[in-house]
Design a protein around this ligand. Structure first.
Ligand code: UDX
Ligand code: ADP
Length: 480
């Protein structure tokens, strides 16, 4: 029986391995992690991450050919294929601080693999890493491996959160990069055989190591760039009276452009886009390509601009001050159908409003109070370390309350900010919301999900990203 071990039971490792176990009953899959609480949660009825469909997959395989364990060394020792899916935070200190990836966790995983292995293994990079990481990992393994042969493959994961199970069942492509030697090609084939259990052959692409590593960064950069492009247009729409939804629809019907990833928003979040672009920028700079680096940096600058533009709209509409006013925040996750808050635009928007002394009442159907408090008091870049290494937050912060209901959050509020496109926010009883708010009552829709005309009829003053402005907002500057 082929044995697979995955180091890192996170958003990528957990769902990916669960689907491999489901689709390959003849393979034994162990997912290991240093975090005891995370593993305990994977072994319980309350999985550590919220992902539609994941529960069912885990229930079908757990205890049969899918195991979650903290015994990292035992499972690595027994495995034929070791996936590495650990954190790769952005460096906060030293060379490349604020841009380069911090490979501490990767390096310690590689050293441990070298230490405990007694048989040849295929080691698969699953976490997104800078181009040429495989080369560094290869060196660690071969210099410490006591004659054991390791083949390194890069097999980046393209799943998006919220649709992870769907994406894993029916991937657009699976990408496997390896060495162009006979041993490298043999390892590629071994991994290909795993995916071939359910992925059509023509969707499994094989490349050299560097192409696979770079493709992941490039794909995320292209996707993020589309969002920054439409967000840049949203600012122009507000200035000219055009409607960004109509513009992006018209643009997206060109088959060469296509309709996806053209929704204007308060900004993109998630664990990948910003981190991967910063990484790309750093690699370009290191390779003497400052113009290319500058080009990609702009995608992040527009994203930051979009978030601060939103905060400025809120503050300037409310008579230039939100001090002591109650603002309801609807949605804190970086997108709907996930409880993940990594790099969510809500963090910057909330920090911006708190900077202006607002009182916030936050509601998200999937994010816990502890997570929100932690996010709001954590420093930039601290979020991507294993949870037990993250700073804890002061729990009783008077300016932020977290509630479990949208009506409770909006009660007696002066304004409402919609920051995540949860379906339930589309169908709220906005008349009831309005009746319970202070007047004038404002709605700032950062996801373009409300019916602007209907809300205006009720009596709200409405700002919706990239839509023609409410007369109230016309003379209020959106830029600080
Ligand atoms: C992304 C990539 O899609 C995935 O392939 C990669 O493996 C990991 O990074 P993810 O971060 O999970 O996935 O979510 P994604 O759906 O890409 O959304 C990222 C952010 O962009 C979210 O904050 C989302 O709200 C925002 N977004 C997306 C927009 O603002 N507008 C859009 O049109 C699409
Ligand atoms: P991703 O979104 O890429 O899956 P996560 O942060 O959700 O990232 O998951 C990474 C996991 O890797 C965390 O649960 C962390 O505890 C784990 N981890 C980090 N370093 C190691 C290590 N050396 N050995 C085992 N697990 C590790």
């Amino acid at each position: 029986m082929v044995k697979i071990c995955c180091i890192g039971a996170g958003y990528v490792g957990g769902p990916t391995m669960a689907v491999i176990a489901l689709k390959c009953p003849s393979i034994e899959v162990a997912v290991v992690d240093i975090s005891k609480s995370r593993i305990a949660a994977w072994n319980s009825d309350q999985l550590p991450i919220y992902e539609p469909g994941l529960d069912g997959v885990v229930k079908q395989c757990r205890g049969k050919n899918l195991f979650f364990s903290t015994d990292v060394e035992k499972h690595v020792y027994e495995a034929d294929i070791v996936f590495v899916s650990v954190n790769t935070p952005t460096k906060t200190r030293g060379l490349g601080a604020g841009k380069a990836a911090d490979l501490t966790y990767w390096e310690s995983a590689a050293r441990m693999i070298a230490d405990v292995s007694k048989s040849d293994k295929i080691v698969v990079e699953k976490s997104t890493v800078p181009v040429k990481t495989a080369e560094a990992i290869e060196k660690i393994l071969t210099h410490n491996g006591k004659g054991i042969k390791f083949q390194i493959l890069s097999n980046p994961e393209f799943l998006a959160e919220g649709t992870a199970i769907e994406d894993l069942f029916k991937p657009d492509r699976v990408l496997i990069g390896g060495r162009e030697t006979p041993e490298g090609q043999k390892s590629i084939q071994t991994l290909k055989n795993v995916y071939a259990h359910w992925v059509p052959e023509e969707r499994i692409l094989t490349t050299n190591l560097w192409s696979a590593e770079l493709s992941k960064l490039a794909a995320n950069a292209f996707l993020a760039q589309r969002i920054s492009s439409v967000n840049a247009m949203s600012a122009l729409c507000e200035a000219t009276g055009a409607n960004v939804t109509q513009v992006s629809y018209a643009v997206g019907t060109d088959t060469r452009i296509g309709p996806k990833f053209l929704n204007a928003s308060v900004g993109f979040g998630g664990s990948c886009f910003q981190k991967d672009i910063l990484n790309l920028v750093y690699i370009c700079e290191c390779n003497g390509l400052p113009e290319v680096a500058e080009y990609w940096k702009q995608v992040i600058k527009i994203n930051d601009y979009q978030k601060s533009r939103f905060v400025n709209r809120v503050v300037s509409s409310m008579f230039n001050t939100v001090a002591t006013k109650k603002i309801a925040i609807l949605g804190f996750a970086f997108k709907k159908d996930t409880g993940d808050t990594r790099e969510t635009p809500a963090i910057d928007v909330c920090k911006g409003l708190l900077g202006d002394k607002a009182r916030l009442s936050i509601y998200d159907p999937q994010v816990t109070e502890d997570q929100i408090q932690r996010d709001l008091w954590m420093n930039k870049f601290d979020w991507d370390h294993p949870i037990h290494l993250q700073p804890t937050s002061p729990t009783t912060e008077k300016k932020v309350s977290v509630v479990w209901d949208a009506y409770e959050a909006t009660k007696d509020a002066d304004g409402v900010c919609i920051l995540t496109e949860w379906d339930e926010f589309k169908t709220l009883d906005y008349q009831k919301v309005y009746d319970n708010m202070r007047k004038p009552a404002f709605v700032f829709d950062g996801r373009n999900i409300v019916d602007v005309d209907k809300l205006r009829e009720i009596g709200f003053i409405v700002y919706s990203i990239g839509k023609p402005l409410d007369p109230w907002l016309k003379d209020m500057p959106a830029v600080a």
